[in-house]
Design a protein around this ligand. Sequence first.
Ligand code: SAM
Ligand code: SF4
Ligand code: SF4
Length: 377
Amino acid sequence: MKPYISVVVKPTLFCNTDCSHCYHTPEERVPGNMSLDTVENLMRMVSEEYDAAWFIWHGGEPLTLPMSFYKGVIELEQKYFGKNSFRYGNTIQTNGLLLNRRLMAYCREKAINIGVSYEGPYNSILRQGDVEKSLNALSAKENKYSVGATICAETASKQAELYRYFRDKGTNLSLSPVIPAGCARCNGTVPDPDEFIKGSIEAFDEWLHDSESKIPLIPHYLYILNYLGDPTPSDCAHTSCLTKWLCVNPDGSLYPCAKACPQEFYMGNINSIGSISEAFQSEGFRRILLGSVKRREKCASCPIYRYCNGGCSMDAYHEGCLEDNGGDSCRIFREVFGHIATEIQSILDEKPDMSRYNPFVRDAILGKLVNPSSVMQ
Ligand SMILES: C[S@@+](CC[C@H](N)C(=O)[O-])C[C@H]1O[C@@H](n2cnc3c(N)ncnc32)[C@H](O)[C@@H]1O
Ligand code: SF4
Ligand code: SF4
């Protein structure tokens, strides 16, 4: 058995809204739902090969499927992984428009994480619809979701403000840039990399020195763990994701990544293959692997290669070429990670009063100082 896999499941490509930056074009966002037979094949094969799996329900908009679909999913997970086992977990990644109290109560009962794509006061720049109406209808108890804010040209300089906005609500926040894929290829939504870098570092600096903060800012917190020697699989772009992530489309077709992965990387269909390893032996997977290896060879002299691992293959693909580094995502990581690494190293060297720092950084650093064998040399 292999230890762990993350599976992005797109139960539909259909969406109830039309974001200007979406990497799925309106032509791709067509009606059509995944069947529970397809889910069953997926659960069976994943459970046969992996000790544990995390399923991320994505799309299109996953909440356009009825709750009965997710009840069916949980039954299949219990059947194949074992009821109350710690072998599986779920996140629903949603635009939030269809969230309601009943669904939140069900998710709480079944320990399903909810991630809402939402940019707070700047939501209407990329998105349509009144998500605040559904979010405000949730009680404080139900209000347990994390937010993924997708940063565009107009919000690149607002990242620290977004941090403060969600910190004040106690809502976990991740910040990621629009990539030039699908609708965002040429409509001006992709942020200028320098502005994104500046905004990302401003948000980090504010979070780092916020001793009262109750939220882990992502990806910055993951970069700290990576620097301290504990890279986490959720930072898929910088932890060699190939073979550790899988994306399933509504018809069961398999791809190595959820970011609008093209046909050339098709890995077969869950309804016709015999095992997950068979998908990783497909021609499509070989193609993305070989291209990624060529890109990583060009990264060999990069001083932060051990933390970056060559970055995200689909970002490189959408930025121009799978085999090339040096695009916006490479520059952004180099600058943002470089800044974070410098700050953390100076804390490790100078051992300042840690009460000036936020509790996540405090705990991560103190853990390393107590266990110095794992502190970076
Ligand atoms: C494709 S959507 C699918 C799930 C759901 N409809 C939602 O919006 O959360 C998942 C995430 O991808 C992000 N996304 C879409 N297009 C993107 C792009 N071109 N660059 C970066 N992120 C993008 C969205 O903002 C959203 O947070
Ligand atoms: S980002 Fe999500 S909500 Fe927006 S159009 Fe794409 S699939 Fe729909
Ligand atoms: S920062 Fe750029 S050059 Fe360095 S390892 Fe990452 S992708 Fe390669």
